[in-house]
Design a protein around this ligand. Structure first.
Ligand code: SF4
Ligand code: MG
Length: 331
């Protein structure tokens, strides 16, 4: 059962007469109902833009986004209204995303009022209290203002608001990266608990692999507007294929005995190139320790190397490499 399917999705921003930022440049993957998928990459790789495009804050430049089998560009009014209920977003910065002049009650009620859900005020207030309890707060918090809360509590309020319309799909854009390390695990555990209780499907956006490790069944790695690798979380850690994924794993600050054992650290040199003027061929080639001639000539194809394990890199392409395909698929 597929919740979300992307096919060749692009989001380009025209910034001048001749300059186009190719923030998202041809992304295809799907998310099944009940899955948690992580999307990881350095800042500027296009992951937040992709999240915003999926939820409709931006209109894609090209490609298709299917939500529950329906193309999000051609929904009728009724379908559009239920799309806006069913898919919600949790933002990185709980400080910026809550109106400082509204009480918690008003903040969480607002989406219900907009969608005319629980039109009876008493019922709506009860619903807000239930949501506060769902996220580990209580009715005593309902009449306070955002500034009276800690960062972790504010993110809980943001989560309660995202749940107000009973969504089944949530995009969380770096939901813990603005929080103190001491409360990050609590918010991660809350998100897991809510998934179990409410049968949610998640897309987590993160800049490092450490956070999504505990949340995602599958992980996609993004670089400069492209998806470069995607597979089950455990497989990504045990057997990363793309040179960029190897580098990201090498850059995880906390030594992980599962990961560190036999692998050498690959250190990334240089800056991410500008998405206005991406390298020809493979977008990673200017920082790739394995770059070869073919890498500047030809864009690597998105190919399934093992079941469910996709990568875009010439090292795994039999046509490019002849008999010399890198590990695992040589046979
Ligand atoms: Fe490196 Fe070439 Fe693979 Fe790109 S296609 S990641 S440059 S080896
Ligand atoms: Mg971002």
């Amino acid at each position: 059962d597929t919740m979300l399917e992307l096919a060749g999705v692009k989001k380009h921003f025209k910034i001048s007469q001749k300059d186009v930022v190719k923030a998202v440049d041809g992304i295809s993957f799907h998310i099944a109902k009940g899955e948690s998928v992580g999307l990881v990459g350095e800042s500027g790789c296009g992951k937040s833009t992709l999240g915003r495009t999926i939820i409709g804050l931006y209109q894609q430049t090209d490609g298709q986004i299917l939500f529950k089998g329906k193309d999000t560009r051609s929904l009728n009014n009724k379908e559009r209204a239920s799309f806006h209920k069913d898919m919600q977003m949790i933002f990185q910065d709980p400080y910026a995303s809550l109106n400082p002049r509204s009480t918690v009650m008003e903040i969480i009620s607002e989406p219900m009022e907009v969608h005319n859900l629980y039109p009876n005020k008493k019922e709506r207030m009860n619903r807000v209290i239930e949501l506060l309890e769902n996220v580990g707060l209580s009715r005593d918090h309902a009449n306070r203002y955002p500034h009276e809360f800690s960062g972790g509590q504010r993110q809980r309020i943001g989560i309660a608001r995202a749940l107000a319309l009973n969504p089944d799909f949530i995009i969380a854009d770096e939901p813990i990266s603005a929080l103190d390390v001491s409360v990050q695990a609590q918010v991660v555990n809350l998100l897991k608990k809510l998934q179990m209780e409410k049968g949610l499907t998640y897309l987590f956006i993160a800049h490092d692999l450490a956070m999504v490790k505990h949340l995602a069944n599958r992980i996609g790695v993004m670089y400069l507007g492209h998806l470069v690798e995607m597979t089950e979380s455990r497989e990504l850690y045990a057997d990363p294929l793309h040179p960029y994924t190897e580098a990201l794993l090498g850059a995880i600050p906390i030594p992980d005995p599962d990961v560190e054992d036999a692998r050498e650290r690959t250190l990334l040199e240089g800056e991410i190139p500008s998405p206005t003027n991406p390298p020809s061929g493979c977008v990673f080639r200017t920082r790739c320790p394995y770059a070869m001639e073919a890498c500047s000539m030809k864009k690597p194809e998105w190919q399934e190397v093992h079941k469910g394990h996709f990568v875009a890199c010439h090292l795994y392409n039999k046509e490019v490499m002849g008999g010399d395909v890198r590990k695992h698929i040589a046979a």
